[in-house]
Design a protein around this ligand. Sequence first.
Ligand code: AMP
Ligand code: MN
Ligand code: ZN
Length: 739
Amino acid sequence: ADEAPHPPPPWKQNKSAVAVEASSGPLASAAARLSARSRAIPPARDFHFYNNFPSFKSPVAAAAARAESSLGGLGASTLLPKQQQQQPPFPTEDLDDAYDWLVARNDDLLEMFAASADEFKALREKEEAQGRKVAAEKMAGDGFQVVYGKKKKKKMGMGEEGVGRSEAFGSSGSVRMATMDRAAASGPKPKVPFHIPTIPRPQDVHRIVVDNTSKPFDHAFLERSDDGARAIHPLEKLPMEQLFDRRVPESEPLKPPALDDTPFTFVEDRKTLEVLVTKLKSATEFAVDLEHNHYRSFQGLTCLMQISTRTEDFIVDTLKLRNCLGENLREVFQDPTKKKVMHGAGRDIIWLQRDFGIYVCNLFDTGQASRILQMDRNSLEHLLQYFCGVTANKEYQSADWRLRPLPDEMTKYAREDTHYLLYIYDLMRLRLVNESSGDDLLLEVCKRSNEICLQLYEKELLTDSSYLYIHGLKENDLSARQLAVLAGLYKWRDGVARAEDESTGYILPNKTLLEIAKQMPVTTGRLKRTVKSKNKFLEHYLGHVITIIRNAVANANAFESIAEQLKKGRLEELMAAEAKDGSEDTEMIPAVDADSNESNLQLIAEPDVAPTVITNVHTASFCTGNVTSGASLGNLQLDNITPETKSFGALPGATGQADTVIPSNGGGQQQVIKATVQVSKRPTAFGALLGKPSTARRPNLFPGFSSEVKARWRRSSLPWYCLSIISQVVQILQQLAFQ
Ligand code: AMP
Ligand code: MN
Ligand code: ZN
């Protein structure tokens, strides 16, 4: 490292040339020498023996000091992004902390590398695509006909589309359809990301301020009961007769024209919204659906509102128009003379109340109707296929609907959710009337729809027992101490999520939360090793989180009886499960990769079940201040988070203890289990830094690096392991540069 590199000649002054140059330069060869020679240094006890002699001690100490300072320089390298340069300096005291530090820096570098590689790949793909397009255009210009991608504009009514494939077999129309279908099926499936991290938070862009405090939701637009205890839904005052309309379509229900032949408006300003309201005022029925995002806000955000009348489709940007939506649309939604047709309205009803203060009267829920009609399946997807012959691309259902401008494909999907709904409503009403013998099926659907409307939104409140509802608790046999840690961290996460206006799953996935509870790490080093992927919130509150865990472990007595109860409950459940074979799981975790935080969004499989809300009102003292969205990590004001604990870095006294064994309070069997976990975890310590599901994309630069080298570090003393680190780091950088 001493030999100052010569300035590279101009032809070498691009980034990759510089990287290649650096990797074969003096630093690399010095490191290689260092690495080779360090093998001659005696390890462990021999080292300490030799270290008694100054002729050994002083050069080794000097080398160690230089290695350390090089590592320090590495951490502050201008190659790293700004925020990473501000990470804590290389810890020299504790072996585990030093190791974790190195892992983290490598993680940073690999992240950067992966991001650059992705960027490069995307650019190249774009260029290639453009190249193809240009070539195709050129060919067309030369007299060739471009066959693919040409849109044949043909008016195709619902009828044709709706005909069963086999029925119309042989007609040119269906052959074309079949070909299209096959092409579509064999083509690459579009990837629809569930979370696009680069989208600016709508809360910031549109100044959406919500009350996330752990206090009951205020239904400000509703009258209250005489004693003031209860909010009264406008539907409660309406007699059923006023809502119920037995009239069924006199003539054959009219199939809506195809999307392309239907006027469409994207509503994103007040003026256009007023036009929409005028149209709804003159309509007697309209179809509604909402798209929602639950991952990047505490309570959830309505992103879009789709509305279809008999002749037009609208999509309202409910993020942009959030603040004026209620005043404009409240009336038509509440108007009992206008039928609102929705599919699986349970959640939509709740979202309308929460985000816009809109309360629905006179609903026809096609989801309820399909149940009463005892159809095979009750999803909108099925109804679209069954009644309209339309195959919806349900992949978009879980898309990140905050995305703007809304891509064409997503617009199409969103429109399809309401476009056919009034027609389905017509067909279902006919069926309900025709199939009624004795009991009035149409009336039954209306009754059930009313019940859905009458539900009132309740905000999720933090109670002393909230943590017991965490998904996955039952599967983990937690001890009293582990439960204590879980309770403490659960409360911490809840506070951060409310203050940041993020979902709890985004702050810290349940899976990770449970893993920390199980491991009970009491040092920052251990915590970092427990949490495999990077988590910015944990990192930000590192010291605070460790304090929570330590306090929980120390005061776990209060959790003994709960642990006991849980064990009993589990036993009973196990026995019940064995009796009833093949239990069904109503909870659904979308198939999002386990990458980072996204694995824990939990939804209820039945689309028309309202979200479960915990109604227990033991308001905890944790989050009492006026915590609103808009708070950022920097100015977070929570009574439990003091400025001292906010910073990174180890707590005083935390270093040097990393190898203290936490006594396990379980029996012998539990210890065996624990040991197994440890063993299977060790070799992936470095794997974890590459080993997210996206591993396949990333080169494995460290075959056998972690376990073997770390074992050697453990056996030897600090200076030797410093030498070892520096040479390893250089090797990594070298390989990175070549990759
Ligand atoms: P839908 O009524 O089908 O349009 O769904 C409304 C909203 O519910 C969507 O915008 C999503 O936020 C959520 N959602 C529905 N189905 C899923 C799913 N399978 N995975 C994730 N989110 C879903
Ligand atoms: Mn819906
Ligand atoms: Zn939808």
